[in-house]
Write a protein that binds this ligand. Sequence first.
Ligand code: 5GP
Ligand code: MN
Length: 326
Amino acid sequence: MFQFAIEKADTVLVITHVDPDGDAIGSLTATGQALEQMGKRVTLACEDNVPARFRNLPLADRVTKTPDTSTPYDLLVVVDCGDESRMGRPYFSLPEPKPTITNIDHHITNTQFGEFNLVDPQASSTAEVLYRLFTELEVTITRGIAESLLTGMITDTLGFRTSNVTANTLRTAADLVKAGAEIAPLTLTALVQKPYSTALIWQVGLKNMQSQDGLIWTTVPAADVRRAGLEGSPSSSGLVNFLSDIEGATMGCVLTEMPDGSVRVGMRCHEPYNVAEIALQFGGGGHTLAAGCTMDGPLEEAETRMVAACQEAIHRQTAALAGNVR
Ligand code: 5GP
Ligand code: MN
């Protein structure tokens, strides 16, 4: 169905989520390349800057915050967004009537907000979903498309280490390597190397780290975010993974105070626990083992509410698991 919608569209706007990660930018730029190959006029949009580590991907320099709205688009393709709000300003500033939405994603909390929804929560990444779609659309997997897709897969699977890595994930990655993408350099730039400003955030985050009842969490106040000289919005993902991987931790949580006073929250856990349900309580979403949300400030109040919600979830989920064992 949506293959037909894509095929018949001439001008296509592609949007990925605010505060983009590697799967967001990899999926955005891969979709742009595939649609151009199909002869379409393509605009790529994201509310926030493309992080420097993804700027060497093909078409990354074409990503705009303010898509041209002088003529309507035939189709809007949305990649890696769990709900409408994740599209941010590039979507909400489009004049009415807004174009038909094709929603391509892999978040379990996806709200199926498109007219067409291609959502596979079993997939490791939106990039993995797109690879299957491109094959169906008979798109040639060029080296550029392969590099974009492999970047998405590497970042969302932390280098093929997460529990959602399947035989299909690895087969897809093998096809992308065959098409000319290289795992080692993409892993180094997309996953391993970090800006110095990120290390400064970690310094604050580790200093403020606390541990109680299986939750290891920290807060990063706005003054420290400013001092670190971050470009764009901070990604807590490296630090929150580090916290949840500490021995004995059931969940990890990082609360970062943004310049506008709101608080970005990243959460992680390991099987059989679930952080997506906590993020949903606060209007966010994500995956069972990796989720996030934005809360109102001030930071201390958000921290109190979030720590209580995480500890309540740990107790409840632990009790449910014990019940299942009996
Ligand atoms: P991170 O902690 O890396 O920012 O996010 C972890 C996962 O949760 C990602 O897959 C991300 O897309 C999702 N996520 C993070 N914040 C939000 C949010 O505010 N709303 C929704 N729906 N998903 C989110
Ligand atoms: Mn993703």
